[in-house]
Each structure stands twice: as C-alpha cells, then as structure tokens.
Design a protein around this ligand. Sequence first.
Ligand SMILES: Cc1ncc(COP(=O)(O)O)c(C=O)c1O
Length: 376
Amino acid sequence: MIEFNRPYLSGKELTYIQEAVGNRWISGNGPFTKRCQSFFEDRYGFNKCLLTSSCTDALEMAAILLDLKPGDEVIFPSFTFVSTVNAFLLRGVKAVFADSYTDHPNIDPQEIRALVTSKTKAIVVVHYGGAACDMEEIAKIAKEHQLLLVEDAAHAIDSFYLGKPLGSFGHVSTFSFHETKNIICGEGGMLVVNDKKLEQRAEIIWEKGTNRTAFYRGEVDKYGWVDVGSSFLPSDVTAAFLMAQLECLDEIQTMRKSIVSRYHEALSSLSEKGAIETIKPGKFATENGHLFAMVLPNEGIRKSLIVYLREKNIFPAFHYQSLHKSTFFESQHDGRNLPNADKFTDGLLRLPVHCAITSGNIDEICQHIIAFFDGK
Ligand SMILES: Cc1ncc(COP(=O)(O)O)c(C=O)c1O
C-alpha cells in the first residue's frame, strides 16, 4: 500500500521528549519552545516567533493582534483551508473572496486589487503547496491602501520569494507543523511577528492575556491580566518533538523535493499532451517539496482516477473545497463566480509525498496514471 502521508521521524523525538520531562518543564514557553523559536529567528531572520498549538491558533492570534473589528473587510483566497478564514470571522470581519490564477491555486493579485474598498483592512494570502504568491505585487497593493498583510504559510516552511523567506513579508505570518506538513509535531504551529510594534502584545495574547512572558524575563515583579488572549502556547513536550524534526530540516527538504521533481519528470508526457495540468511554483518562487498536485479536466475524471489508483493500493487525495461555496458561507457570499477556485476544487489531485516513498513507488504510481489515460 502506498499511503498518502506517513509521518517522518528523525529518531531523536523520544530522546528530546525524555529531556523535556527531565527538565521538569512540560508546560509552555520552556527550553525546547525557546530553542525552536530561536531556530526560526536565526535561520530565516524572522523578527519574533511564537510556537502555537496549531496554525489555526496562530491565525486566531493574528486576527486578535491585528485588532480587526466587526464590519472590517478582509480579502482571502477562496481555495484554502477553513482556518485561514474562520480565525478572522471569529472577530466579526467580513470575508471577501478572491479567485486563484488560472494555472495555480495561489491568489491572483489583480483580483485583490479589484476587491479593495474603503472598508478593507487586511489581505490574507496562502502560499499554496509552499509556492510563493506574488509578494512584490501584493505588498505593493497593501502599501498603496495601507492594508495589513498576513501570510498563511501553513505549507511554506523553507520556501522563498526571490530569495526572501516566506513568512517574512506579512505584518504577521503563520506556519503549521501538523502531521501532514514537512516538519511536524502532531498538532502544532507558529506565529511570526514581523512588525516590531506588535511583538509585545503578541506575547500577551499568547499567554491568556497576561504579561507572564515579561514576568519570566524578570521585566515585571508579578504578572496579571493586561489584555484579551487565550491559551495558544503548546507544551514543551510538543516543542521537544518539533526540535528533533527541525534538526533534520535540510535532509527532509532534500528528500521531499526530489520526490516532487521525479513526479514532474515522470508525468511530463501527460502534461505535454494536455491530459493533465501540473501545478508548479511561479518563476519568482521556490519548490519546497510540500506537495505534488495535478489538475484533471473535471471532477468525473478525477473520481475515476482515484478509484483506479485505490484499486492498485495507491492513495491520492483531492484538496480544498472553495470556501465561497461552502455550506457555512455560501449565503454570505456576494455572488461573484470564482471559476479558478472551482476548477481546483473539482480537478486538483495530490499524489503521495512523504519520506518513505521510494523512486520505485513514484515510477509505479506514474505508470498507473499513464495507463489510466491510455485506457488500459
Ligand atoms: C492553508 C492552511 N492554513 C491553515 C491550516 C491549519 O493548520 P493546522 O492544522 O496546523 O491548524 C491548514 C491545514 O492544513 C492549511 O492548509
């Protein structure tokens, strides 16, 4: 069986968890949390990182931190995970959905430009599959209209836009370490605070609305309730697991990127013939090996291919369902068609990408896909 995902273990996870237990610091903001946060700050030059229990939590923190109010409009891609938008809707904002490019699920900056109104307060972008959105263009729009910019970089660890790390463009950015991502800790995430003015409040929101982090640093002699917040920080046991993964980041990235590139090579004949479209990063973006996705001509063909591959014990996966058409949101949507988001909803299929996949597995999967299109 070739499963869609298999969590990679570096081998150090249990050692570090044991160390965390030995430290007698298993709640949040302990030694492993600090090590993980420093890892990201040092490697990518992020201003301030705070580990969270999930990317969903980091997005919820972002929405509180940016002080978004009921009635504020925020522009999102429709082709994304629920949390990208739900986190902001919890603050009462109005979601305005922008379409993707025709040939890539990322948000199209021209769409964003057309949707800005006097009520728009923020733009939230998603780097789909770890491939950068057009950050120069999007940052330009944000600057022109004085909008806040958030990067949902859930997929985008160790990925770059013209050499600059993803996660460093937004006022704040969020990452996921869910078991399906490149670097994992079961459930986990991170908020990156690039805007120095937001740094202090971010720590407070992170710690239930208290100034406990400043207290730990010896900056205040007691801590108390100073703002709103919640319990967004993960246990140091989770951070210990994450640290064991981060130490293998380069190794994991090399393995995943080579898998994605082999898929592209093996399926190039099908994409050249126009039987499928493959999803590739834009010319300004890097491939970070998060996923390999192709687009089938319609939902029917995708369904048949899924059944065909499952019969061969291969488990591909489709992805997001356009949020403007979701059960929850459809009645609130302004009625615009978003054909590209719909195209990816119906046609996009992801093939297995994880460190246990062999070259032989990839060749086998691709031969089956080619045979499917040959009608064999
Ligand atoms: C684009 C995007 N944002 C946010 C999330 C939520 O991540 P988490 O499961 O860490 O909360 C996901 C989940 O896969 C996602 O794909």
